[in-house]
Design a protein around this ligand. Structure first.
Ligand code: EPZ
Length: 438
């Protein structure tokens, strides 16, 4: 097992680079299955989830070749011999459920394991299943698997309203609808940049799609898409995470430069909340420069679907608010129980009260380094941020959660002045007698 050992009272300085978007790379890879030939995707981050999904896609007979040095995924979708996604792979990553739409759209048949839950409770796929039924699929649930068949081998156009709006369901239904026989309308569709860029890839493959970025997406199905190369967009959640880190640990008034990101994908709610903290930000075309404020102002936020405040930045924002000049309230209206980071942060000194889907965070908190446990991707990175601002050393254990969505985090932070290193450890050893790390 590995952990990150983070020294406290750190100052972030210099430059950090933003990698390709995880939550866009995955749907792009799924879409390539529809191409029926070789497609090369660039800007693909070197992440555990990308490697897992490459295995999921490879299980169907489609050949996926990842080149982490070049940041490419070359996908040869000329043959789909086994339209199935097995439990032992799907359980590792929920987004594997995109195989349902990709295989229905390519072969008219799919057998995909239901994804498990995740660290913060159930994450249903009822909208995906009901949506495919609206496109004419016959869908059965049996022994933990979803089997879907398009009568005559091809879905038909249909109309479906997502309640609530869902990124994954929007993507999955677009995958199936692109080759359906007829026109489909997805109402209350997700407007996230991930969905827009993914839709632009489908269009590059020949799909007829209108309404990308709006809450009504209209897809006129065609018999088949063609392969196409495509460039992924940068990761907006990594960008937001590093902006928060800069406000939290930057030297007041000193620039921290973030290169390779796209601030237009952050959404107005985050941009406005971030400005209200007192952090000064220059949004340039090639770089974003953040200067930490002398005193962080408390800013209460409520997450919402795009362009609202991203739920994927909720945990990171909580850590920033521990250092604010007053109390703040953070409400997650997307996932009502996404607070697994709170008990771990409490071990570092966080004073917070959680009521339902709200957490009230006390500002001006002296955090102290501790042994803490990662529970999910964004909770993990919030523990690293807390370790950077705490007094003393923090051991963020089970860092495999972090590796799902942050490419070389410790390398990027170390290059920006943070003392952090990755260390192997025995999960069951007694930390009091753990050998001093090298
Ligand atoms: C995507 O998950 C992201 N994952 C998540 O990021 C992100 O938190 C989430 O969107 C919300 O922005 C990927 O893109 C791989 P949803 P997704 O379907 O698609 C409910 C990260 O850290 N819902 O938009 O699974 C659901 O319970 C990850 O990178 C249903 O009720 O999220 C939630 O309340 C974590 N039924 C709401 O919709 C369904 O069938 C939004 O979920 C599907 C969803």
């Amino acid at each position: 097992m590995e952990k990150l050992v983070v020294q406290g009272s750190q100052h972030l300085s210099g430059t950090l680079s933003i990698s390709g978007s995880k939550n866009t790379a995955l749907p792009l890879m799924a879409a390539a299955i529809l191409g029926g030939d070789v497609s090369t995707l660039s800007g693909i981050p070197n992440l555990k989830d990308v490697r897992t999904f490459a295995r999921v896609i490879g299980y169907t007979g489609v050949d996926v070749s990842l080149n982490p040095d070049l940041g490419t995924a070359t996908i040869d979708a000329s043959e789909v011999t086994n339209p199935e996604a097995p439990y032992e792979l799907v359980k590792r990553m929920r987004a594997s459920f995109y195989m349902m739409g990709a295989l229905l759209g390519r072969c008219g048949h799919a057998r995909v394991s239901l994804p498990g839950g995740c660290a913060w409770g159930p994450r249903p796929v009822n909208l995906h299943i009901d949506g495919f039924r609206a496109l004419g699929a016959e869908v059965e649930l049996d022994k933990g698997y979803v089997t879907a068949t398009a009568p005559g081998g091809r879905l038909r156009g249909g109309r479906f309203k997502l309640t609530p709006s869902s990124v994954g369901a929007t993507i999955n239904l677009m995958l199936g609808a692109s080759t359906a026989n007829g026109t489909s309308i997805i109402e209350n569709a997700a407007r996230e940049p991930d969905v827009v860029v993914f839709g632009e890839y489908l269009q590059a493959m020949g799909a007829h799609i209108d309404g990308l970025g709006t809450s009504e997406v209209v897809i006129e199905g065609i018999p088949a898409l063609h392969a196409a190369d495509f460039a992924n967009c940068p990761d907006r959640i990594e960008l937001g995470t590093f902006m928060i880190a800069a406000a939290l640990c930057g030297t007041p008034g000193e620039p921290v430069t973030l290169v390779g990101g796209d601030h237009t994908q952050l959404g107005d709610a985050f941009i406005e909340a971030f400005a209200a903290t007192g952090a000064e930000t220059e949004y340039g075309t090639d770089a974003i420069v953040v200067r930490a404020p002398a005193e962080i102002q408390p800013v209460s936020v409520e997450t919402a679907i795009y362009p609202g405040f991203p739920t994927d930045l909720q945990a990171q924002w909580t850590v920033l608010m521990t250092q604010a000049a007053g109390n703040s309230k953070i409400t997650d209206a997307v996932y009502t129980d996404r607070f697994k980071h709170i008990p771990e942060l409490r071990r570092m000194g966080l004073n917070a009260i959680v009521v339902d889907n709200e957490v009230v965070v006390e500002g001006k908190t002296r955090l102290s380094g501790a042994y803490v446990m990662s529970t999910d991707l964004r909770a993990s990175v919030s523990l690293v941020l807390a370790g950077m601002v705490a007094e003393g050393e923090t051991h963020v254990q089970r860092v495999y959660h972090l590796d799902r969505g942050y490419e070389d985090l410790e390398g990027k932070l170390a290059a920006a002045g943070v003392e952090v290193k990755r260390v192997s450890y025995d999960e069951f050893a007694d930390p009091e007698h753990e050998p001093a790390h090298a």
